[in-house]
Write a protein that binds this ligand. Structure first.
Ligand code: MG
Length: 186
């Protein structure tokens, strides 16, 4: 039997609603000296520190809600014939996330293989679904004949790549694009 082409799926802001949880919890903190959470300023050191504290709380990762756009893409890929795999970055300074990411996948995606890594680009597959342009770029550089799908967010709308399609809720349009990718892969 021919092996199915592999579609890798990111978790944070792809299959799970990471930013809504960060915004909700961060903005509950009393800290008038800091701005409201915005993904665009998430690397400000003070903001980073609060975010790391939030993310280190037990069950924070496990309680993330599924993100509908990502599950749309997953559904299309499975229907068309891709084999889904999870490919997620394990934050170096947040050890609990490694366990909770696996538990989250077992809860919402039973049976789907999970890779938690510090470098996504070392993996080989046919499609990567990811919201973060640098990860798409690095992975596509090492996977020269593969493609990417990017759930559209305010912080990634600038990104343009000849082998990446954006997804912003136009389900039928994406179905056609992923079918086209699939036919190139088999
Ligand atoms: Mg992500």
């Amino acid at each position: 039997m021919t092996k199915k082409p592999i579609a890798f799926f990111d978790l944070d802001n792809t299959l799970c609603d990471y930013d809504s949880a960060i915004k909700r919890d961060y903005n509950d903190f009393e800290k008038p000296e800091y701005p409201a959470y915005d993904p665009a300023n998430k690397n400000i050191p003070e903001l980073r520190k609060f975010v790391d504290e939030l993310r280190s709380k037990p069950n924070w990762w496990l309680n993330l809600e599924p993100y509908e756009q990502g599950f749309d893409i997953l559904k299309i890929c499975v229907e068309i014939g891709f084999e889904p795999h999870i490919l997620t970055k394990g934050p170096r300074n947040c050890q609990n996330s490694w366990t909770e990411k696996l538990l989250w996948c077992q809860k919402y995606l039973p049976g789907v293989p999970v890779t938690i890594t510090q470098d996504k680009s070392i993996t080989r597959g046919h499609l990567l679904v990811d919201d973060y342009p640098p990860y798409l770029e690095e992975w596509l550089e090492k996977n020269q004949y593969s493609w990417g799908i990017m759930p559209l967010q305010t912080y990634n709308s600038y990104f343009d790549h000849e082998r990446v399609f954006e997804y912003h809720g136009a389900y039928d349009d994406l179905y056609e694009k992923i079918s086209m990718i699939y036919l190139k892969m088999i």
